[in-house]
Design a protein around this ligand. Sequence first.
Ligand code: SF4
Ligand code: SF4
Length: 224
Amino acid sequence: MKELERLYGFYHTFLKGYPFACTPGCSTCCTRNVLATSLEMEFILSDPGAKTALVAALKGMDPDSFGHYRPNITINESARYYLRMEEPPSEGGEGQAPATSNPCPLLSPKGLCTIYERRPFSCRAMVSSARCREEGEAEMEPFILTINLVIQQIIEHLDQGGLYGNIWDLAAWMVDGTDRAHLRENQPLPGFLITPMERGRFMAFLRRLSRETGIEFPFFNTSP
Ligand code: SF4
Ligand code: SF4
């Protein structure tokens, strides 16, 4: 969990160089389709205030009729296919595009996240250079999209033995003890999906990440 916290802190510092339109109360991006690992859910539950907010939101909820997105493949599983130049299995059934864009139950009436300091990485990664409300969807430069994917892969790697899925299925499993049928087992890092054009910038990023978080990547030589 310490490594997770360091990664979150590192990402926060990394984003400081970019201008974003995101402001407190802007919450179009806060839907029920948030994906995370069980490690991130543990991080939420380890804070009494965040746990109370999560348990209250979960109360009376039936995850099976909640209409939220349920992935049928993890990020590292998907990356493994692409690195082998293979198409991942098509996303059928519950892995299809979100059936709902209803607001996240963790939003306050003022549009603020009630677990903000503990929110999972996929919420932290939702940034935009233009207001989504005006533009319809988030806008960010391609390198940030690459980094977002990379950090999700690293978090999944750190949480091997844990599970991946929608936070409401993770919460139902970890808080209420419901079955884990809609969750996937986390997988080790198979490598990163980097375009040749991004490689130099990416290696500099990875060196900085290793230096500042202490996380090492045995299959990458991150020395300058
Ligand atoms: S990503 Fe879009 S909706 Fe979310 S806070 Fe930023 S501007 Fe607002
Ligand atoms: S957990 Fe917080 S940041 Fe994430 S979608 Fe819900 S309200 Fe938004």
